[in-house]
Design a protein around this ligand. Structure first.
Ligand code: IMP
Ligand code: MG
Length: 173
């Protein structure tokens, strides 16, 4: 499958941007009680790099939702496969995602988490594909804005594979 991938963002480019985001988040959340929420599975490398680029005390928790039925198009239905293991009431919550495409996943997750009364709720994504948006979601922190390509690597998969590529590339089926 790797031969079908054209590099888009190198490991070095990603690391520079992740350090910048980490520094910005450290400033923005200084002195606040923060829970960083990772959306599994795609977020795992970005999440690990991002929280290590944040020079502050924070808590982490994970959630897993499914919006794709195995293909490359969002179905619009979001199922919770794994919920947070803790309350976020009275904490600042930062949801970290690999990519925002149609926005449907974060729209649903955002509404669900708002009901749990965090002090604030913001979104950080490694990649943003704004041209594909179906619902408007406020994305507060963006690593890279990309064109309408299907991308893989650094957590992103095609049919479950290629998440372990250390860079982000365009997949050519
Ligand atoms: P949305 O609900 O359409 O915004 O889709 C969000 C989810 O779709 C992400 O968490 C990814 O799992 C998946 N996704 C969207 N675009 C891509 C892509 O280009 N490559 C791999 N996964 C993608
Ligand atoms: Mg995903």
């Amino acid at each position: 499958m790797r031969e079908r991938v054209t590099p888009l963002l190198s490991e070095a480019q990603i690391q520079v941007r992740v350090q910048e985001l980490g520094a910005q988040l450290t400033r923005d959340y200084a002195g606040k009680e923060l829970v960083v929420i990772g959306l599994l599975n795609g977020v795992f490398p970005f999440f690990a790099d991002l929280v290590r680029a944040m020079d502050m005390d924070l808590d982490i928790s994970f959630m897993q939702v499914a919006s794709y039925g195995g293909g490359t198009e969002s179905t619009g239905e979001v199922h919770i496969l794994k919920d947070l293991d803790r309350s976020i009431q009275g904490f600042h919550a930062l949801v970290v995602e690999d990519i925002v495409d149609t926005g449907l996943t974060l729209f649903k997750v955002g509404n669900l988490l708002k009901d749990r009364e965090p002090l604030s709720l913001k979104i950080c994504t490694l990649l943003d594909k704004p041209s594909r948006r179906k619902v408007q979601v406020p994305v507060d922190y963006v690593g890279f804005t990309i064109e309408d390509h299907f991308v893989v690597g650094y957590g992103l998969d095609f049919d479950g594979k290629l998440r372990n590529l250390p860079y982000v590339g365009v997949y050519h089926p």
